[in-house]
Write a protein that binds this ligand. Sequence first.
Ligand code: PRP
Length: 195
Amino acid sequence: MASFSNLFSPDLIEGISDVLVSAEQIEQRVSELGRAISVDYAGKNPLLVGVLKGVLIFMADILRAITVPVEVDFIAVSTYSPETRDKGLVRLLKDLETPLNGRHVLFIEDVVDTGLTLNYLLSNLRTRSPASLEVCTLFNKSRHRLVDLPIKYTGFDLPDRFVVGYGLDHRERYRNLPFVALLTPQVVHSGRKET
Ligand code: PRP
């Protein structure tokens, strides 16, 4: 805590126990991912698709780490209830504005946990006839994976812990931290689902 506690308001970092992935580590890895994507998608004008809201910070950074032309669009989903979430049923709140027919689509995620959200969205997007459809996730939590998913680019494999920061929230809080951190058990257990 000592290294960052003087940089942030005490009420922002209250409840944080440890930094799991530093801002420098994230910056380095995002830069590597951006280089790989730039090579693989040169000349293809890919469409980067993000699912709100957690992806917003990673999307902003990966876009700037890519050195070839790209376009970007967003989708928003909601679960009907905890029970339907467990079945992988999600509701589209905001659809894409861009037609996918014939496009090289790269789906950008902040974190894949059970994989149910991504599985639903990939099935949905595949029906729109993209030329290709691949996945890039910054964080991968595979301990509770329920569906096998083809993830082409992964930033970090994370342990089975509740993490916040760099877009990830706990009750909508902590998204604006530039690093990924662990919460104290007291805060975790006062919250909702873990991603
Ligand atoms: C997170 C994340 C993924 C999903 C992954 O979103 O952005 O979309 O959970 O979980 P899964 O693999 O178990 O389906 P969340 O529902 O927390 O919403 P948010 O992005 O608005 O915070």
